[in-house]
Write a protein that binds this ligand. Structure first.
Ligand code: SF4
Ligand code: SF4
Length: 390
């Protein structure tokens, strides 16, 4: 029996689909260049409506065909040598449409396996976001802003080759830098990309994350109903005619806090979240009306508090709010919980004001793709500069 290598790429549906495809394909081609057979395949990311939802690609490589076939007998690997995360906010946990509950980003890593994250955050921040794991693993950061584009547009900012160079350094038994560079020239015919892969190779390093490090929270989970417990068909009971809506949290009539699906929380879709300035809000209701996920709870004084368990971070509320800087989207990595902003404001208005201005200060560009013509030309040179400087 030869050796089997399994690598997963965790990415944001649609925005990073092409990026994940390019990485997993190039992993297999680089290994193949050294005579190792392999296969790459995607999971959960094949539908355009899944913007931002966590999805996975896998690359399976073996030292011989027989070992590969044994490895492929499973639907998908149960453990991996490397987990690649191309958006650091995914380190908070992963919930895709393919399973129920929150999975730690490091769940499939073998003991001693490596988590490679593209990020501009420190290792401490990444470790703090990631759930604790029972066995030690390695963390490597490829410095850079998460690369987002679209279903048909690709942002060629060298994230792909920088990750390949990093793998060559951290798992040399899989493939060498030379093989990566050969594949880059065969596939993309770009010597600047081979140079970026080499720079990433030279800079790559990892540090050990021990079982006592990381987010101590137990990720939410629940039991699915057994087949004999399920209702017939897929009908969802509606609200009976003439029924008065009641707030599910308080008995008050009026439904101020909309009832939400207790088992499908959408916050892992989020790469940024709205922060609301309750002092300047004019209570126009637009955010509440326009939020596609009914995230806003109406407070007793008629303010609107975005529920962070339900918010998917689409940015519509920021776009529709008529008051300047009343709703601001902020990098999700800036937050460590999903607590109510309105509760914090209610308890300490001055403290909230300071908190709000600090959060808004650190607002990075986290565009979902390109919002205007020419943005590609603006963004890619910036990313390449990061790739060169490290
Ligand atoms: S970003 Fe705003 S509009 Fe979008 S889901 Fe969150 S609260 Fe709703
Ligand atoms: S859109 Fe802005 S001003 Fe209007 S209710 Fe929402 S937060 Fe307040």
């Amino acid at each position: 029996m030869g050796r089997l290598f399994a690598i997963e790429i965790i990415y944001r549906g649609i925005f990073q689909k092409l990026l994940a495809n390019r990485i997993s394909r190039a992993i297999v081609l680089s290994a193949h260049h050294e005579g190792k057979p392999g296969i790459s395949f995607g999971r959960y990311g094949d539908s355009p409506e899944r913007n931002g939802i966590p999805a996975k690609n896998f690359a399976i490589v073996a030292t011989d065909q027989e070992t590969l076939e044994q490895g492929m007998a499973k639907y998908e690997p149960k453990e991996v040598d490397i987990t690649i995360v191309v958006d650091d906010t995914l380190c908070k946990g992963v919930e895709s449409w393919a399973w129920y509950g929150l999975q730690p980003v490091n769940k499939l890593l073998k003991p001693g396996g490596t988590l490679i994250v593209t990020s501009r955050e420190t290792p401490e921040t990444i470790i703090g976001m990631s759930h604790r794991k029972g066995t030690p693993y390695q963390l490597a950061i490829v410095k850079g802003t998460p690369s987002f584009s679209g279903l048909w547009v690709y942002k060629d900012d060298h994230t792909d080759v920088r990750i390949l160079g990093t793998i060559a350094r951290l798992l040399p038994d899989l493939f060498s830098l030379k093989s990566v560079q050969q594949v880059i020239m065969n596939e993309w015919k770009d010597s600047v990309k081979t140079a970026s892969a080499a720079k990433a190779y030279d800079r790559a390093s990892s540090s050990t994350v021990n079982p006592n490090q990381g987010n101590p929270e137990v990720p939410y989970k629940f039991d699915l109903p057994k087949w004999h417990e399920m209702g017939e068909g897929i009908a969802i009971p509606c609200i009976p005619a003439g029924h008065t809506m009641h707030d599910p949290k308080t008995p008050a009539a009026g439904g101020f806090q909309p009832d939400r699906n207790p088992t499908f929380k959408k916050f892992t879709t989020r790469t940024m979240r709205p922060v609301v300035n309750f002092d300047t809000c004019i209570k126009c209701t637009l955010c509440w009306l326009q939020c596609p996920d009914s995230c806003f709870d109406v407070t007793p004084e008629g303010l609107y508090d975005a529920n962070m368990q339900a918010c998917c971070g689409c940015g519509v509320c920021e776009a529709v709010c008529p008051v300047k800087d009343c709703v601001t989207m902020v990098n999700e990595a800036e937050f460590s919980d999903n607590a109510s902003q309105w509760e914090a404001w209610r308890k300490d208005k001055d403290g909230y004001k300071t908190w709000l201005s600090e959060k808004i200060e650190s607002r990075p560009e986290r565009s979902h793709g390109f919002r205007y013509r020419g943005q590609y030309e603006e963004q890619v040179p910036e990313m390449l500069e990061i790739a060169q400087k490290g």
